[in-house]
Design a binder for this molecule. Structure first.
Ligand code: S3P
Length: 175
């Protein structure tokens, strides 16, 4: 694989950052890392438990430290970030400086279908009743798109069964 840069996958919860990150990693033979997994191993508990015990501010502080630690790795990696990572501190600029960002753009309707059964393990959606899920996701996505759309590349998934791997490979080969 030619790239000498990290590839950061960014996007909303349920946009497939980990799923596609692992597939891309195998396809272009670059190691894969998941930012939430690193945070979880640092704090010794799940992200959901850490949120509950210490609150979002503590999580965001751990997140920025973990992001900077990963970014300092001397060899390129494919990194799945958390849905909020680009939206706090100067994380997005930081990622764009230490590598390339790819936004996995998914519609609120598809996100609802994917996240409906997982709200219990998603701290930011835990308190949202099923009939308010679409509205909550639409609002949060709208606020976050200010950041997501500053990614170097955007890959939309129009349909939930879209295979975006060829596009991801194409983009990675251009770096
Ligand atoms: C978050 C998304 C989660 C995780 C945390 C906060 C967010 O990651 O980092 O629960 O703010 O959107 P995923 O996008 O991998 O679910």
């Amino acid at each position: 694989m030619q790239t000498s840069k990290h590839i950061f996958l960014i996007g909303f919860m349920g946009s497939g950052k980990t799923y596609w990150g692992k597939k891309l990693s195998r396809a272009i033979e670059l190691p894969f890392l998941d930012l939430d997994d690193l945070i979880s191993s640092k704090v010794g508990k799940s992200i959901a438990d850490f949120f509950q015990d210490s609150g979002e501010a503590a999580f965001r502080n751990m997140e920025v430290l973990a992001l900077q630690e990963i970014s300092r790795l001397p060899t390129p990696h494919i990194i799945a970030t958390g849905g909020g990572t680009p939206c706090f501190f100067d994380n997005l600029e930081y990622m764009n400086k230490s590598g390339t960002t790819i936004y996995l753009k998914v519609s609120p309707e598809i996100l609802v279908a994917r996240l409906r059964s997982e709200t219990n393990t998603r701290p930011l959606l835990k308190a949202t009743p099923a009939d308010k899920l679409l509205q909550t996701i639409q609002e949060l996505l709208k606020a976050r798109e200010t950041f997501y759309t500053k990614a170097t590349f955007t890959i939309p998934q129009i349909d939930t069964s879209d295979d975006i791997l060829p596009l991801l490979i194409q983009v990675s080969n251009r770096l």
